[in-house]
Design a protein around this ligand. Structure first.
Ligand code: CA
Length: 491
């Protein structure tokens, strides 16, 4: 060898490159959050169901971490969805409508456009963001006019694309929206609506829309009506197209299926397949949609570097169906402060980084924003996502990862409970039944506090407040402290 120096330099450079690769930040993942509608904790095989078949949700659990003690932050749709995007407890927004049940199709946008949230942070970090499915967080600054541009909406709070419906599948208006506009609306047949019966009568509006009676009244806009039997396939197709279009970029897809919210109308391929109920058929439809997403990720070779979170916005509204228990062994249903109201499935899969297993940690849908921002290596400003806990260190198996000491949950009527890994404290037992309790409560009756030990009594049958008063009072003070402070996220 005449001159060994260039070879040595080359070898040195090669070693430097290898070293740099080893020390490089791990690859930031694509992110897919699937937030199902009214799906209970017990609604999948991996959570103990035997009568409904959910092979794709079970696959996610097998290949990811499945959480056993997981909760929607509220026991109904709109507040959970708000918190899942903003990382803020919905009840902090007193007077906005977010602390009392679900929004109608006449709601203005419930997320302030200047509020830092998960999609806006991911957008700044270069992610391409879409929400496909149910929105249910309002449009515009006042009552939306569906004949005009629906602005501000999802695109003004951080999403690049929106395709879905405004409120719920049992509510007016029964139309699909792409970005700012109602899809297929004929300007010669404009859409008018109201939630006021008297006004409906005056205007000649009817609750009948898209083939059945709904909540609210409307007239016109017929060319834009959706077909209930096609909603799942339409949303799934839009999700697959979004993934395919963005396969070369980092993307964040928030997929919010209408399955299994009422009215329970499965697509024709799924009707009768469960042998149980139309609701169970819809669950199998949901599972098939998830299956199509998983197959697409496999085909595009994206599965390994895609973080998927699967959960639900509240518990099931029925507790038993021909031997199937949608809320598992838990008491209560949607809207209630019993476990069945807010305990939901929660599965996280990220093959490149997260080991598979089952976790008993107390977690919530409100933790999704801080967790996905951490996975994307996005710094969260101090005041943003104020109640969202970053689950990533724990998901990565870090032994010293901080865990939630408590979680606050809201009923469908805006009343609160505080939950620790062991206990649940209810300031007033009379409010535990959510919508069912509304109107029945005696306003002059003194509040009756309740305390349940969920490790010994998961069915919440024994009120321990009289014998374990000190624990109850400690939790009452933790709840008061969380309400007084504007944030509960560890800094
Ligand atoms: Ca729901």
């Amino acid at each position: 060898m005449k001159n060994p120096i260039p070879c040595i330099i080359l070898l040195f450079c090669h070693a430097m490159i290898l070293h740099a690769q080893e020390n490089a930040e791990p690859k930031t993942p694509n992110i897919i959050v699937i937030l199902a509608d009214d799906v209970g904790w017990g609604d999948a095989g991996c959570y103990g169901a035997t009568k409904v078949k959910t092979p794709n949700i079970d696959r996610l659990a097998r290949e990811g971490q499945r959480f056993a003690n997981s909760h929607a932050s509220a026991a109904c749709c709109t507040p959970t969805r708000y918190s899942m995007i903003t990382g803020q407890y919905s009840w902090r927004r007193e007077g906005s409508g977010l602390n009392k049940g679900v929004a109608n199709g006449d709601s203005p946008l419930l997320i302030p456009t200047n509020m830092v949230n998960a999609p806006s942070l991911l957008k700044q970090a270069g992610y391409q963001n879409a929400i496909i499915g149910k929105w249910h967080l309002g449009f515009g600054l006042t009552r939306p006019n569906y004949n005009q541009e629906l602005r501000p909406g999802p695109l003004e709070i951080g999403f690049h694309e929106f395709f879905g419906f405004p409120a719920t599948n049992d509510r007016i208006p029964t139309v699909l929206v792409r970005d700012h506009k109602v899809l297929n609306l004929d300007p010669s047949d404009p859409l008018f609506y109201t939630y006021n019966e008297e006004e409906a009568k005056k205007q000649g509006m009817t609750p009948y829309a898209a083939g059945r009676n709904r909540i609210g009244w409307s007239k016109g806009g017929k060319s834009a009506w959706w077909k209930d039997t096609e909603i799942a396939d339409t949303f799934t197709r839009e999700c697959l197209q979004f993934i395919e279009r963005n396969k070369e970029k980092n993307f964040f897809l928030l997929f919010t299926p209408h399955d299994v919210h009422a009215p329970v109308i499965p697509g024709p391929r799924f009707e009768g397949t469960s042998g149980l109920s139309k609701r169970a058929d819809m669950l199998q439809e949901l599972d098939a949609s998830i299956g199509e997403i998983l197959t697409t990720l496999d085909r595009l070779n994206l599965a390994k570097d895609t973080l998927i979170i699967y959960s639900s916005d509240n518990g099931a509204y029925v507790s038993a169906e021909s031997g199937h228990k949608p809320n598992g062994p838990f008491r209560g249903v949607k809207s209630q402060l019993w476990e069945g109201g807010h305990r939901v499935p929660f599965i996280v899969r990220w093959p490149a980084r997260i080991q598979s297993g089952v976790s008993e940690d107390l977690v919530s849908t409100i933790d999704i924003p801080a967790t996905i921002c951490a996975a994307a290596q996005v710094a969260v400003p101090k005041d943003a996502l104020p109640d969202s806990f970053n689950l990533l260190p724990s998901l990565l198996g870090e032994k010293t990862a901080p865990k939630r000491e408590n979680l606050i949950l809201m009923s469908g009527t805006g009343s609160l409970t505080i939950r620790t890994p062991q206990y649940k404290y209810l300031p007033n037992l009379a409010l535990a039944d959510g919508w069912k309790a509304a109107g029945k409560k005696d306003p002059n009756a003194p509040a009756k506090p309740a305390l349940y030990d969920l490790t010994k009594d998961p069915g919440e049958t024994k009120n321990l407040y009289a014998t374990e008063t000190a624990t109850g009072k400690r939790l009452a003070s933790e709840l008061a402290k969380a309400k007084t402070n504007s944030s509960t996220r560890p800094q």
